[in-house]
Each structure stands twice: as structure tokens, then as C-alpha cells.
Design a protein around this ligand. Sequence first.
Ligand SMILES: Cc1cc2nc3c(=O)[nH]c(=O)nc-3n(C[C@H](O)[C@H](O)[C@H](O)COP(=O)(O)OP(=O)(O)OC[C@H]3O[C@@H](n4cnc5c(N)ncnc54)[C@H](O)[C@@H]3O)c2cc1C
Length: 396
Amino acid sequence: MNKVTIVGAGPAGLFCAYQLLKKGYAVDLYDQSSGVGKKFLIAGDGGLNLTHSEDIEIFSTRYGKDEAFFKKLLTDFSPQDLRDWCEQLEVKTFVGTSGRVFPSNLKAAEILLNWLKVLKSYSEFNLFLKHKLVGITADKILSFAGDIKVQADTVIFALGGASWEKTGSDGKWKEFFETLGIELKPFLPMNCGFERPWSEHFIKKVDRTPLKNILIKVKNRKIRGEVMLTPFGVEGGGIYTVSNVIRDFILEQGKCFIHLDLKPDWTKEVIIQKIKSKKGKESFSNHLRKTLKVDKAMIVLLRELTDASKFENPEYLAEQIKNLKVELFGIRPISEAISTSGGVSFSGLTDDLEVKAIPGMYVVGEMLDFEAPTGGYLLQGCFSTAWRVVEAITRS
Ligand SMILES: Cc1cc2nc3c(=O)[nH]c(=O)nc-3n(C[C@H](O)[C@H](O)[C@H](O)COP(=O)(O)OP(=O)(O)OC[C@H]3O[C@@H](n4cnc5c(N)ncnc54)[C@H](O)[C@@H]3O)c2cc1C
């Protein structure tokens, strides 16, 4: 029987195992952790966003420079295919109001449990936990800690990115991939937070507060989403979507300005009228909160970043509300990022994600040098790359 060795038991590696077993292959799956899918489980903490329901034409644009390649991958294994596969695991999915797709109970655990049940039902499946890969040769001899050597015939690496180290995704594999001469791009944080120095007063008042439905403007990008105010700066879904643009600006120029429209559904004129409607002895801040229907944190943010002497001038304040400049000076550490860009460059791989210089060696999932915002694009990318590799192996 044909055997495939897989290293890395995150969603990409586990999906390869599932498809290969279904197609009659034997699978040996190795992982350095004591359990499988640790990052996948963490992804489910805040509601597992599996994929997105938007059209593939738009979906593929989320992968930036790799749009054309991902369009092909998504055509072969589409967001609907991923939802159908969940149904095979007896997990229903639904489309949320934003078009994002979630499992019915929003958690990853049920999927993972049923997934493992299927894998373990195959006698040709062997799982080796606590096996840390420490080296590979061009002859596909894999070295694991404890002087364990495995000769692989066909091997798939699914070792993940370089954030959230406690899940096992430590990016340390980069060293031995480099020694093999495989082209790598440096790891960079993606879907990450950014730093700016707030005043002590601001930190005390705001702590961690989400501002919802904000229009974020940076360079030529405009995106609506959440901005989470934190003691160190900003993060949140909207910021993550443009995090590669902000990150690259900071890396090049040491800082990045973003502009926020705090009331994107109202024109400046409407806001001016509302500000001018103040009557009686009510404090200006209370009036703003009520008439503009905004959170206290938004008023604290406006006071933090605007000229106090002009704050009560309706024209000035309305302009600030529509176009508040926020300067960002630093990138939060890679360890905190939801995902990383960088890793194995597509230039050293065939379209089937096989290492050009080493036939029979494949790479899938987040260890590939692609980046995408949150919204289900990361997991869909992992599943679609895994699908492509299994198709290639089972075709040959
Ligand atoms: C907080 C958080 C929330 C997220 N939410 C979402 C979401 O809602 N939607 C979405 O699409 N994505 C989300 N993601 C991202 C998503 O979880 C990852 O993109 C995905 O898990 C990557 O899958 P992977 O299989 O490529 O790698 P990983 O899941 O990182 O798995 C890699 C595996 O390789 C193993 N490994 C690494 N090095 C070695 C070694 N040397 N030897 C042996 N084993 C090794 C690791 O132990 C690990 O088990 C989230 C991530 C985080 C951190």
C-alpha cells in the first residue's frame, strides 16, 4: 500500500490525512505537540470562521499577490466544498450576516472530534504525537528529536506559521528548510495589532473597548470594521484586514497614519447639525454621546487626538469625527498575531505545491508564503492547498 508521511497535525495536515485515507493510502502523521489541531481549537474560541460565502472572484482577491493561484485552488476545492465536508463530519454550517461561514455551534471542537474519529477508524492511520521534527535531508530522511529517523517516500509538511507558539506553530522549521536550499520569505505578523503611545488618562478610561462599524482609511484602502482600542494602541477585525498595509508602512517609514471615519453613515453636515442641537446645562460630552449615539470611549478617543481648544467648535469636531488621524508607530509582536506571512516561497514549488528540487516533498497550509485577512480566508487557504496536494499525490 502507498504510504504518505505527514508532519504537522493542524487543519492542513489533518485534512491531507483524511483525504488520503479515503483514497486508500496509508498515513503516518507526526506532530511535536501532545494533541492535534491546537491552533484550530483556539481559532474556535471567538467563533470559528471557517470560510466565506462570497463569490470566488472576490474571494480570491483576498490573497493579494497570489490571487490568480488561489482562484485555481478555490475552484478545485471551494468554500461550498468545505461546507459539504463539514456536513460529512455531521457538523452543520451557517452563513452569518457578514457572509462569513461558521459551524452551527461556532466551535472547532466538534469538527475536530468527528474528524479524528474518522481518521482513527482506519487501521492504516498512525498518529505520532510528541515527535518534534528537527531535520530533513534531500533524500527525505526525517529526523525527530530523540534520534528518531524516518525514511519517507512521499512527505507532506504542514508545519504552520510562526505565531501563537504555545499551539506548536513555532516556525522553527525555517532553519532546516533553509539548509535544504528551499527558498523562504521572512516571517511577518499578519492580522495583528499596532502600537501608539496613549496618555495615562486614556489607558485608564478606555482599557480594551471595541468601536464597531468604523471606516478605516489607509493608503488607497477603505474598510469598514471594528477598531479595538487597547492600552498599547489598536487591533480588531477592521485593523486586521488592512494590517499588511499598515505593517509595510511602519517597516519602511517607522510609522503609519490611518484615518478613521467614526460615523460613516452620516455626512459631515448632519453631524454639525446634531452637535449644534445642544440645549440646556447638559455637559458637552454627554450631549455628544446622546446625539451622535456613540460610546464613551469614542469621546475619550476624540479628546485624546484633537485640539482641546477647538473641541466644542461643531465644524472642527465634525471634521475630526469624519477623518480622525491616528498615528501608529509599532507592530505588536509576531507571537500575538493571528497569522503570519512569509515561509516557503511559491517560487520553489510546482503548481501542485511540490518542492521543485525534491520530488515527493510537498508543502501545505500556513507555512506557505501567503497572507490573507481574517474572515475564513486563512482556513480555506489551508484546506484548498491540502486538497491540491492530495490530488497531485493520488493522481501520480
Ligand atoms: C486566535 C486565532 C484565531 C483564529 N481564527 C481564525 C478564524 O476564525 N478563521 C480562520 O480562517 N483562521 C483563523 N485563525 C488562523 C488559523 O487557525 C490558522 O491559519 C490555521 O490553524 C493554520 O493551519 P495549519 O494546519 O497550516 O497550521 P497549524 O494549525 O499552525 O498547525 C501546524 C502544526 O505543525 C506542528 N509543528 C510545527 N513545527 C513542528 C515540528 N518541528 N515538528 C513537528 N510538528 C511541528 C504544530 O505543533 C502544529 O500542530 C486563527 C488563529 C488564531 C491564533
